[in-house]
Design a protein around this ligand. Structure first.
Ligand code: FAD
Length: 385
């Protein structure tokens, strides 16, 4: 086991940090104000091969793993410009297709996803199911060689920029009460597929959407992987999701801490910089430790995942996602506090981080559902539900 990153990984970190620094937080805030996305940054990152470092070389990717992809998102986050759709397109959808798709599906999607030329969104959450995926009602029925898909999804990120959405449904003959998912790549232009934005109090360039699927007809090849192995396939995508959510939170936390430290070093209202007061220095030191611990767990989860240890990776990925969300929230809160009144001015742009960090405790899986998982799976405690 090595805690030393390879020269290639260090070079990758530097390349992302350099690109992130050229865009930075001001770019993100400007785009949000104008209702625009981060398309220029996304395209440039795609051309440099940064968005598909985890995908197989044979299909246009970098041939690395989740460790490498999480490193990319962490550095974009630390530069103040996290790319939310990296969590979804190359990590969840790219992984599932790379591991379980047919060769035709891999050829169709992976090179475009790796270059950032096509984005695939991911839709599992439903209005009436929420955290309880066993209650999914989006249903697929066969019609000759086709599938007909109907249902509702909510909070799906980035549908407006996606070529397709990987929709988690269930097959019609699987109404046993237990989740028996089936995964479909649904083109956003398909007849019967509609979406509209959910108004969010979140200063983020990527929006969330309600999806309406009304008898969407899909060819047989839209089913990703096997109908009967879909639960395994779904979990293969959810571990990367959690690792990437942790990476985004760690990056955001690093960004907030960096801003706080810069301010604490430069602002003096007595005879020394405010960072000399232990009332400010200790909480910042504590956040540094918490972020490093969360990052270590994220790296462990990624290393386990890349080694094919899916089960152990699942536990570590959940713990990493939990720890990183908590650390990001603490970092954003403390960074605002260190800035005093400036912490909530538009000029300093810190207050928006509070809600963004807060969202990491809810999505893509809430802190309570992770605590449930650790309570029942890791500790063997009975479930309440
Ligand atoms: C910014 C953002 C982006 C998102 N992007 C996507 C996306 O791209 N695709 C997608 O499919 N979804 C997406 N989501 C949805 C997200 O995954 C859900 O919001 C999340 O899983 C929680 O589901 P819910 O909102 O229905 O809350 P609910 O399930 O209604 O839960 C409400 C509260 O009750 C708690 N709770 C529920 N059950 C239990 C229990 N058994 N024990 C203890 N507490 C419990 C929850 O933790 C939560 O605090 C996104 C959400 C946000 C905010």
């Amino acid at each position: 086991m090595s805690f030393v990153e390879s020269p290639e990984q260090r070079a990758l970190r530097r390349a992302v940090a350099d690109l992130g620094a050229r865009y930075g937080r001001d770019y993100v805030r400007r785009q949000v104000r104008q209702g625009e996305r981060l398309d220029e940054l996304w395209r440039e990152a795609g051309k440099l091969g940064l968005l598909g470092v985890n995908l197989p070389e044979r299909y246009g990717g970098g041939g690395g793993g989740m460790y490498d992809l999480s490193l990319v998102l962490e550095e974009f986050g630390a530069a103040g410009c996290p790319l939310l759709m990296m969590v979804v397109s190359p990590a969840i959808c790219g992984t599932i297709i790379a591991r379980y798709g047919t060769d035709e599906q891999k050829q169709r999607w992976l090179p475009d996803i790796a270059r950032g030329e096509a984005i695939m969104a991911f839709a599992i959450t439903e209005p009436d199911a929420g955290s309880n995926s066993h209650r999914l009602t989006t249903t697929a029925r066969r019609d000759g060689g086709d599938w007909i898909l109907s249902g509702r999804k909510v909070f799906v990120s980035g549908v407006d920029q996606a070529a397709a959405v990987l929709v988690v449904g269930r097959t019609e003959d699987a109404k046993t009460g237990r989740l028996k998912p089936a995964l479909f790549a649904v083109p956003t232009g398909a007849a019967g597929f509609e979406y509209r934005p959910v108004e969010m109090d979140l200063a983020m360039p990527d929006k969330q959407f309600l999806l309406f699927l009304d008898d969407v007809r899909l060819p047989g090849r839209a089913l990703i992987g096997e109908e009967d192995a879909a639960l395994r396939q779904l979990f293969a995508g959810l571990n990367p999701e959690r690792i990437m959510a942790a990476a985004s939170s760690v990056g955001m936390g690093r960004y907030a801490l960096d801003r706080a430290v810069t301010y604490a070093n430069s602002r003096s209202v007595w005879d020394t910089p405010i960072g000399a007061h232990q009332g400010l220095a200790h909480p910042l030191a504590q956040i540094k430790i918490e972020l490093e611990l969360a990052r270590l767990m994220m790296q462990k989860a990624a290393a386990l995942y890349d080694a094919g240890e899916d089960l152990a990776a699942g536990e570590a990925a959940n713990m990493a996602k939990y720890a990183a969300g908590e650390a990001a929230c603490a970092a954003a809160d403390r960074a605002v506090q260190v800035h005093g009144g400036n912490g909530i001015t538009t000029e300093y742009g810190m207050a928006g981080l509070l809600v963004a960090a807060r969202a990491t405790r809810i999505a893509p899986v809430s802190r309570e559902m992770i605590l449930n998982f650790v309570g029942s799976h890791s500790l063997g405690l009975p479930k309440s539900y």
